[in-house]
Design a protein around this ligand. Structure first.
Ligand SMILES: CC(C)(COP(=O)(O)OP(=O)(O)OC[C@H]1O[C@@H](n2cnc3c(N)ncnc32)[C@H](O)[C@@H]1OP(=O)(O)O)[C@@H](O)C(=O)NCCC(=O)NCCS
Length: 117
């Protein structure tokens, strides 16, 4: 594996109950999540944990990149067949990010490492 320089690190902790409350508004869902993220989260029984985890990833990406103006729905979390998450930013094909997620009934946490292009 080629050595790459880390350019940023971000972490975020999201409260599942807060995301559950906000998710009652379809405008929030549209502003924050992509259709693929909604489909992945809503098919599971712990849907609000998964939405909170994706919310945390987006905040962690913003921290790792130090770009507070990045639209939340331009950041997308997808899962590989093994369940492992990956994250991309729309219009930034060269950007390399690493992500890890964990969630419980109460909280979701995500950490993100950004690499120099
Ligand atoms: C994959 C595994 C590590 C997830 O851990 P967990 O404690 O069950 O769940 P967490 O809330 O911490 O993590 C869930 C997130 O892990 C991520 N994940 C899932 N599979 C993954 C994998 N293969 N690699 C990296 N991340 C993975 C996903 O992002 C998932 O959240 P999402 O589905 O919303 O995207 C776990 O299910 C596992 O397979 N452990 C192997 C050992 C084992 O079976 N232990 C149980 C013994 S009783």
């Amino acid at each position: 594996m080629k050595a790459q320089t880390i350019s940023g690190l971000g972490v975020d902790l999201a409260e599942v109950s807060r995301v559950r409350r906000l998710a009652a508004d379809p405008r929030f869902l549209k502003r924050v999540f992509t259709p693929g993220e909604l489909a992945y989260a809503l098919k599971s029984k712990n849907k609000f944990e998964r939405l909170a985890a994706r919310f945390a990833v987006k905040e962690a990406v913003i921290k790792a990149l130090d770009e507070t103006a990045l639209p939340l729905n331009s950041i997308e979390v997808e899962n590989t067949p093994s369940g492992s998450p990956k994250v991309t930013v729309k219009g930034r094909p060269g950007l390399r990010l690493l992500v890890s997620i964990s969630h419980t009934r109460a909280y979701a946490v995500a950490s993100v490492i950004a690499f120099k292009a």
